[in-house]
Design a protein around this ligand. Structure first.
Ligand code: NAG
Ligand code: NAG
Ligand code: NAG
Ligand code: NAG
Ligand code: NAG
Ligand code: NAG
Ligand code: NAG
Ligand code: NAG
Length: 402
């Protein structure tokens, strides 16, 4: 028997297309669909409990679905108004294609990564393409240094930068509509530190940023990161660099090579194994390479389990193997490991002095840059506690130039 039922709710249309067990009547099916939809609506309303499981469910609503019903599996087709109404707006306009105006979308990660991996094969652009720097914030909740970042971006052209924020699901950044961070949150998922879900969030940030064809450089930042140079310096340094800035080194200790698994053979040998900070800076071509990778990602997901941490090894190893000559192998984000232990030094209000910030900006050593050398080694620094905000605001203009 072929049974049909339909229901409109949440702007979605659910149509059952086939039922295996012929004993089910139309009534039972409709009843089931009502319960299903009501459950979905209740779930959506209780947004304080938006967990990963539920997110997956909502994101899988489109297209043909096989769902479990007491009578057996049934197939339903769900169609939502994902196709925008084009009577008022030109939906195929270049503007909409080149940079999404609205960062919220309902793409699944695999759909998002596929879109983000698209590269035009025509070399000339049909528009004036000014390279942008994408500032990607991976944060749990609020950004304590928001006022400092706002100052950093003040007066800068939006054609030169874009901001992306991945926070815990349900968290909303509280900013006014004049803020550079207004409506810059991307659809997020739960992150468990130390697992591959942390790197998934980093890939999600990259992929969302790649949807803007003008983004050329991609910098990953956390809530405890601060800029130590002004925007024009950062922009010039990154857009003119011939290399990406991903720390990548061979650590012979048990915290480096000791985390390698022979099960990654024959694709990854011990000699390929690298370690580095997760706070990367990437050119567009490397960013595309990272969202496009399935082979190495899968190996790490399977075989890099605690005490191996994918966020410390995947990127340094993958880039070394495939794009070694395009990487500077150093980070542009300062961090102090000198005290030892598993966590870097955290700086609070009493540590903030003009001398300390000057030391990060330029400590007298030279760093390699475009086959030459530069006095600027770091553009950003971590880890700073919220109490550091006020003293930093006090000296930002004098010391950091913004
Ligand atoms: C549901 O769809 C799947 C894939 O399209 C198909 O293999 C399966 O037989 C269908 N199930 C029923 C009950 O029609
Ligand atoms: C969904 O199923 C219907 C009926 O079997 C079919 O005509 C349609 O092409 C399917 N759509 C997708 C996206 O698979
Ligand atoms: C952005 O898109 C989402 C759905 O993808 C929609 O709910 C929201 O209203 C849109 N926001 C704006 C400002 O257009
Ligand atoms: C920003 O918000 C203010 C008040 O909240 C409102 O008056 C103004 O129209 C808004 N501007 C834009 C561009 O949405
Ligand atoms: C970074 O390391 C790779 C591989 O070890 C090497 O090929 C490359 O030349 C290094 N980059 C620089 C700028 O030295
Ligand atoms: C920060 O300042 C405190 C108090 O002066 C000091 O104990 C601590 O060692 C400093 N931290 C760092 C990382 O320098
Ligand atoms: C300055 O910074 C560089 C790069 O981090 C480091 O290698 C060097 O030891 C530092 N020099 C001093 C004097 O602290
Ligand atoms: C910041 O500057 C203000 C005004 O100059 C001063 O009152 C305040 O004590 C300063 N705060 C810090 C932490 O230096």
């Amino acid at each position: 028997m072929r049974s049909r039922g339909s229901r409109d709710d949440m702007n979605c249309k659910y149509v059952s297309i086939s039922v295996k067990d012929s004993s089910i009547g139309l009534f039972k099916l409709i009843l089931f669909l009502i319960i299903f939809v009501v459950g979905v609506v209740i779930g959506l309303l209780s947004n304080s409990h938006v967990d990963r499981f539920f997110q997956l469910q909502t994101q899988q609503f489109y297209g043909n679905q096989t769902i479990w019903h007491e009578s057996g599996y049934i197939n339903v087709t769900v169609s939502c108004p994902v196709i925008p109404k084009c009577d008022k707006e030109d939906c195929l306009s270049m503007g909409n294609f080149l940079a999404p105006k609205n960062l919220s979308h309902r793409m699944m990660d695999n759909e998002l990564f596929w879109r983000a991996s698209l590269v035009p094969s025509k070399t000339e652009y049909p528009y004036v393409r000014k390279p942008k720097v994408a500032f990607m914030f991976l944060t749990r909740g609020p950004l304590p240094f928001l006022p400092l970042w706002e100052r950093f971006f003040t007066g800068q052209s939006r054609e030169m930068y874009s901001i992306y924020v991945h926070a815990v699901p349900g968290f909303e950044l509280d900013v006014t509509n004049t803020s550079a961070f207004y409506r810059r949150q991307i659809p997020s998922q739960k992150v468990k530190w130390g697992t591959v879900s942390l790197f998934d969030a980093e890939r999600r940030l990259l992929a969302n940023a790649l949807l803007d064809f003008s983004n050329e450089r991609f910098i990953l930042l956390s809530e405890s990161c601060i800029p130590v140079h002004n925007f024009p310096t950062v922009y010039k340094y990154l857009t003119e660099s011939q290399h990406s800035f991903v720390q990548s080194y061979d650590d012979p200790s048990r915290y480096g090579r000791g985390r390698y698994s022979r099960q990654m053979l024959p694709d990854i040998h011990l000699r390929d194994w690298r370690k580095g900070s997760q706070w990367f800076e990437l050119s567009r071509s490397l960013a595309v390479g990272i969202v496009s990778d399935t082979k190495y990602y899968t190996l790490f997901k399977k075989h890099c389990l605690p005490a191996c941490y994918p966020d410390e090894h995947y990127l340094p190893t993958y880039i070394q193997k495939l794009y070694g000559s395009l990487n500077s192998n150093r980070s542009v984000t300062y961090v102090d490991w000198s005290k030892g232990g598993p966590h870097p030094a955290a700086f609070t209000a009493e540590n903030i002095t003009e001398g300390f910030i000057q030391y990060i900006r330029n400590n007298g050593t030279l760093c390699p840059y475009n086959f030459d050398q530069t006095r600027i080694c770091y553009l950003f620094a971590r880890k700073f506690g919220p109490s550091a905000l006020e003293p930093l605001l006090n000296l930002s203009l004098k010391v950091m130039g913004f």
